[in-house]
Design a protein around this ligand. Structure first.
Ligand code: ATP
Ligand code: MG
Length: 304
């Protein structure tokens, strides 16, 4: 089953698309199958993945309006190493039309159902606003990555986003959660960036990724070649940073999927026990873990 992650921040120019493209490529380079869905009418993720948005056969506009199945809009075999559901300016019209349609918040979620098992990761690039398209992404996703610049107004924008995510969680998508906050275009020589970064750590703790993305000109240049930075300059700081992020994202998933079910508790009954009480269990030896993961408590005989 795919892990579906929306890359969202209603603030413009914070690195959402750069993160979508380069996280997708980095996960793919770690042997993950990845689909990137471009849900921003600007079509920047489409162009940055090497596809001309003026020459699309189908786009996510057709998908959202239910005119074509998602599988038919997906383009494979691009040099970027991941599959792409592209888009262009037509999606702006779809956003307007959506408001008059039934199930308007569930369009993307329903479209993904058919292909949910085809990929390890489905990433969704979203527009810089909390509109119906972004809402579709938040309803379809199980997790959100929030790219943010460590600037003065960043924290203010973050609280609006948190409120939106909480609103979606309590109504349309109870399983939605924040996967992580990603510091982008980070410049460690800048005092304000360091202050804001420290505040993020203080308020959000483990939600902040260890990996951070430095300001790096190679990241800004790569989209004009239609390539993720790792295929444009793999030794650049930007390429290394996104690879580190991909490793962290992958580790998060493995950690969760390997978490065992809470072990069943059985009491070993080969000791002569008279009237075992809760105290005797509590006072017993440390539980042993059997081969099948079951915890076994040795009951000590109550001496009194
Ligand atoms: P929008 O809200 O318009 O969709 P966005 O949040 O998707 O924007 P990007 O398009 O990824 O942001 O980035 C904005 C600009 O900053 C782009 O020109 C991009 O190339 C550049 N950029 C992004 N990340 C970095 C970085 N780490 N270092 C240098 N430039 C960057
Ligand atoms: Mg963008």
């Amino acid at each position: 089953m795919s892990k579906i992650i929306a890359i969202t921040n209603q603030k413009g120019g914070v690195g959402k698309t750069t993160t979508a493209i380069n996280l997708a490529a980095s996960l793919a380079s770690l042997d993950q199958t990845v689909l990137l869905i471009d849900l921003d009418p600007q079509g920047n993720a489409t162009m940055g993945s090497g596809l001309d948005k003026a020459e699309l056969y189908y786009s996510t506009c057709d998908v959202i309006l239910d005119q074509v199945a998602l599988v038919d809009a997906i383009v494979d075999g691009l040099p970027c190493g991941y599959a792409l559901a592209p888009t262009n300016g037509d999606l702006t019209a779809a956003e307007v039309e959506l408001t008059t349609l039934t199930n308007r918040e569930y369009r993307l979620r329903n479209a993904i159902l058919d292909i949910r098992d085809h990929y390890d990761y489905i990433l969704i690039d979203t527009p810089p606003s909390l509109n119906m398209l972004t809402l579709n992404a938040l309803v379809a996703a199980e997790a959100v990555i929030v790219p943010m610049q460590c600037e003065y107004f960043a924290l203010e924008g973050l609280s609006a986003l948190m409120t939106t995510i909480e609103g979606v969680r309590s109504t349309l998508n109870p399983s939605l959660k924040i996967e992580g906050l990603l510091r982008t275009m980070f410049d460690g020589r800048n005092n304000l960036a360091n202050d804001v970064s420290a505040q993020l750590d203080e308020h959000f703790g483990s939600l902040v990724y260890h990996a951070f993305i430095p300001r790096n000109v190679r990241l800004a240049e790569a989209p004009s070649y239609g390539l993720p930075v790792m295929y444009y300059d793999k030794g650049s700081r930007g390429a290394k940073a996104y690879l580190a992020l991909a490793q962290e994202v992958l580790a998060q998933k493995l950690q969760r999927s390997s978490k065992p079910e809470p072990p069943a508790i059985v009491l070993q009954e080969d000791l002569p026990i008279e009237n075992p009480s809760e105290e005797t269990v509590a006072a017993g030896a440390a539980p042993q873990v059997a081969d099948d993961g079951v915890l076994i408590f040795q009951l000590k005989q109550n001496k009194t």
